[in-house]
Design a protein around this ligand. Structure first.
Ligand SMILES: [Zn+2]
Length: 487
């Protein structure tokens, strides 16, 4: 480790540091801090779309959805024919603020990114020439190291959180850099702009390059500093939750893994802290893990031996899994972040999503920026669809194909399950906070709905496969308007 990747050797002068980052439109960007809860009840009336299950995408042509002062969904009622009728039917809502959606608008659940590297934001679309190891050492390590400058974290994360919200990501499970100060800035930005998030400091005490290797004890201490900071700024975890975060088994020695596992599990009976880590991304990575954690037959048993597999664990990629891995992930209720775009860009392989779902493993979608170039979960839905179709081609098995209802589920409810928040977010069940998007497919953009205006499912398909942030007119988290073109 530490030597320059192969593809750099032909360059006369390899760049050791990432280029300076300046957010050109930073000052011009309208800094819109999330408004406080409106303190008034709200009723939306019109087309409403959400996932009831993997196979069932529920679409109401007309329904009313009521939200209380705290941003919690109180009713979803398709028996009324107007917002006014809903206000009459539900006496508590007679003074509610009403919104009737336009004929080509619909409500869609806020989208969930289960795997996103915040510090890699400036590297989007760069570095796809190499494999995972080359990409990590040539691009990722240098840029992650640069966040020792906390001011850089402020510039980048300020822009990134707003951009993700504009793209409809109401919840993101973020990886950070090995710096607790920069990680705390990331948590602050999520709170400032009203994005739901899981945030942790990245821990690595071996095998990294460009000055990212931490001392084991320091890594543990610094991780705890970020956990404590997040608990201080959002004690109820209304938006931001802390997270324990080794890169993976090849970058964390047994003592670091043991310490982090202990931290996540806490004292008996206490609430577990979320975990995010990578797993079985490449065969090389699996071999490196086995060298470091001798005696481990497979990845899942290695993680399990440190107490890493539980219902709040998010494991990115999970491509080259053994049968035992799949069995253990299902048993421990650990979730998989499927990053089809990233896995294709770095030619890592194809995650066997159908097999995981059949085995009862929780699966959600991630952008894995910047190994994936797509900032939006819409891109991740498309990538999941395409990866599954490639598996059909390679294995000559049509059952491996993910259908439309399934990719929408994975990007919303599936993500909520992976983040252990399915009782809270992912669809419009009553009692959940209102995390939602107002989508308009009638804009002058790429979406052409001519001839399909009366087909509700077609409108949603057009948006998922052809749409972008221009269709996202309003973004709500916890009932608060936080972003959108009509904010
Ligand atoms: Zn990743």
């Amino acid at each position: 480790m530490g030597c320059f990747p192969r593809f750099f050797k032909s360059r006369a002068k390899p760049e050791l540091a990432p280029p300076p980052y300046s957010t050109l439109d930073h000052d011009a960007r309208q800094q819109v801090v999330a408004k406080k809860a409106s303190n008034s009840k709200q009723v939306f009336f019109g087309r409403i779309v959400h996932s009831k299950s993997l196979k069932h995408l529920e679409i109401f042509k007309q329904a009313a959805l009521g939200i209380d002062e705290n941003g919690v969904i109180c009713f979803l009622d398709s028996s009324v024919d107007s917002a006014a009728a809903a206000c009459k039917k539900y006496p508590d809502f007679k003074e509610a603020h009403c919104t009737t959606l336009k004929p080509l608008e619909f409500l869609f659940p806020g989208m969930i990114d289960t795997h996103m590297h915040a510090p890699q934001w400036p590297n989007m679309a760069i570095g796809m020439e190499g494999n995972l190891k080359e990409w990590v050492e040539g691009y990722t390590d240098p840029i992650e190291h640069s966040y020792k400058d906390t001011n850089k974290a402020r510039r980048v994360y300020d822009e990134m959180v707003q951009k993700l919200l504009e793209n409809g990501t109401t919840m993101a499970a973020y990886n950070s850099s090995p710096h607790w100060e920069a990680t705390n800035v990331l948590a602050d930005m999520c709170l400032k702009y009203g994005q739901r998030a899981i945030v942790g400091k990245l821990c690595m005490d071996c095998n990294s390059t460009h000055g990212n290797i931490e001392k084991t004890e320091q890594s543990l201490e610094d991780e705890w500093k970020s956990v404590e900071h997040i608990r201080k700024i959002d004690p109820e975890e209304t938006l931001v939750s802390p997270c324990i975060q080794p890169r993976n088994g090849a970058f964390a020695t047994p003592p670091l893994m043991a310490g982090l596992g202990k931290m996540s599990n806490g004292k008996p009976g206490s609430k577990k802290i979320h975990i995010q880590a990578h797993m079985c991304e490449t065969l090389y990575d699996i071999n490196q893990m086995k060298k470091l954690h001798s005696g481990s037959k497979n990845y899942s048993e290695m993680y399990d031996s440190y107490g890493f597999l539980h219902e709040k664990t998010i494991l990115a990629h999970c491509i080259h899994l053994s049968d035992r891995d799949i069995e253990l992930l299902a048993e421990r209720k650990a979730g998989v972040a499927h990053n089809g775009n990233s896995n294709t860009c770095l030619t890592d392989g194809e995650c066997r999503v159908r097999e995981l779902l059949n085995a009862g493993v929780k699966v959600g979608l991630g952008t894995d920026c910047s190994a994936g170039y797509g900032v939006s979960i819409l891109e991740s839905m498309r990538a999941a669809s395409n990866v599954s179709r490639h598996l059909v081609i390679h294995k000559d098995d049509p059952s491996l194909k993910l259908n439309f209802e399934e990719i929408v589920y994975l990007g919303t409810m599936g993500g909520a399950q992976v983040c252990a928040m399915d009782d809270k977010i992912g669809n419009f069940e009553t009692g959940k906070p209102f995390d939602a998007l107002v989508i308009d497919v009638g804009q002058k953009d790429n979406i052409n709905i001519a001839g399909w205006e009366g087909d509700d499912l077609a409108l949603v398909k057009k948006w998922v496969f052809m749409g972008d942030d221009r269709s996202i007119r309003k973004v709500f988290v916890n009932g608060r308007l936080v972003a959108g073109k009509d904010m």
